[in-house]
Design a protein around this ligand. Structure first.
Ligand SMILES: *[C@@H]1O[C@H](CO)[C@@H](O)[C@H](O)[C@H]1NC(C)=O
Ligand SMILES: *[C@@H]1O[C@H](CO)[C@@H](O)[C@H](O)[C@H]1NC(C)=O
Length: 329
């Protein structure tokens, strides 16, 4: 019990000291995740002065039933290694647990799961799960970083198609799963869906967290696809999708134009034509297949016109036009 208390204290202090930091790795020999006793919210607030710690923008999950529901969203964890970035005061303390302290945005998980058998990408997912309740300002940059690693099969994805169960503000979860024509459809929808089977599994009411955020929270699961739905490398997809959604309320042509410097502006119309897309389509009306075609054509232009990928329309970069002028060699 003393050990338990000390560990809880250490963990919580670490979480408070450096908000992004806790990574616990559990080997789940027991399929029924047994949760240790959780201190009451009043105790925590008193001991850790959570109420005064607004600057952390961190929302702890202390409600045992809610934690259990979040964990259940990950599916069957029997025999799995579970990497938890759950920054709840709760943590499962067992002899099969290792704790790493580091910034989750910088932590390299490539060699972390020593007991896990690597699987071929086309095989079933490996016995690793990543489960996390991170501060909202961390969870979105983190999923963007992890999507890149998924596309490059690095970090936790060097083990195969490692699954994720993560919390986001409800509307961020809605954007991630938004289908074609949905008004929530955005850059995040395409970035998530072209690489993963992504689902909102559960909504946790905001009031369950401490301190309570103003919004409810989505539990989102990600299972990397065997075949990405857009075949180009991540940096190409990221750029084309970002520019397409620059002007959400306008025709897709308007955003796509910003991919090209003035002297190559004709390529935008040509690209839409080759991709068989009506230039007056709105960004949220584009299917992932259409993005796939746009990305392939843009990628071929980048090969043809040196410097095109580096071109950024807001830079007053005197060399960009010069670089483009050398295209073709
Ligand atoms: C998230 O917010 C916390 C607290 O405001 C801040 O310390 C941290 O640097 C932020 N992180 C990012 C990646 O924006
Ligand atoms: C992570 O570690 C692996 C193996 O140790 C290494 O190959 C890889 O380059 C590292 N990734 C980053 C982003 O540092």
């Amino acid at each position: 019990m003393i050990t338990q208390k000390v560990l809880d204290l250490t963990l919580l202090l670490i979480v408070i000291g450096i908000p992004v930091v806790l990574i616990g790795l559990h080997n789940m020999s027991n399929p029924a995740l047994r949760l240790p006793p959780i201190p009451t919210i009043q105790e925590l607030i008193r001991v850790y002065k959570l109420g005064a710690r607004k600057r952390l923008s961190q929302n702890f999950l202390l409600n045992q039933a809610a934690i259990q529901k979040l964990v259940n969203c990950a599916g069957d964890l029997k025999g799995c290694s579970v990497c938890e970035t759950l920054s709840s005061a709760y943590t499962y303390i067992g002899k099969n647990m290792r704790i790493f302290h580091g910034d989750v945005l910088k932590f390299n998980m490539t060699d972390t799961f020593t007991n896990v058998e690597k699987r071929d990408w086309h095989d079933e997912p490996p016995d690793v799960h990543i489960i996390g309740n991170l501060p909202f300002n961390i969870s979105t940059p983190l999923i963007i970083l992890w999507l890149r690693q998924i596309s490059q099969r690095q970090g936790p994805w060097s083990y195969g198609r490692t699954r994720l169960t993560l919390t986001f503000q409800k509307e961020v979860g809605e954007r991630m799963v938004a289908d074609i024509m949905d008004k929530q459809r955005s850059r995040l929808s395409i970035m998530c869906q072209h690489l993963c089977d992504v689902k909102v599994k559960h909504i946790i009411p905001g009031k369950v967290f401490v301190p309570a955020p103003k919004v409810d929270v989505s539990v989102v699961t990600f299972t990397p696809l065997r075949m990405p739905r857009i075949t180009q490398p991540y940096h190409i997809v990221e750029k084309v999708v970002r520019h397409t959604f620059h002007y959400r309320q306008k025709y897709c042509k308007r955003g796509l134009e910003t991919l090209f410097p003035p002297d190559l502006s004709h390529l935008c119309g040509e690209m839409l034509d080759k991709a068989d897309i009506d230039p007056t389509t709105r960004p949220q009306q584009l299917s992932i297949d259409e993005f796939d075609r746009l990305c392939s054509i843009y990628s071929s232009y980048c090969e043809e016109y040196r410097g095109l990928f580096e071109y950024y329309y807001r830079d007053q970069h005197p060399n960009s036009v010069e670089l483009i002028a050398t295209a073709g060699d």
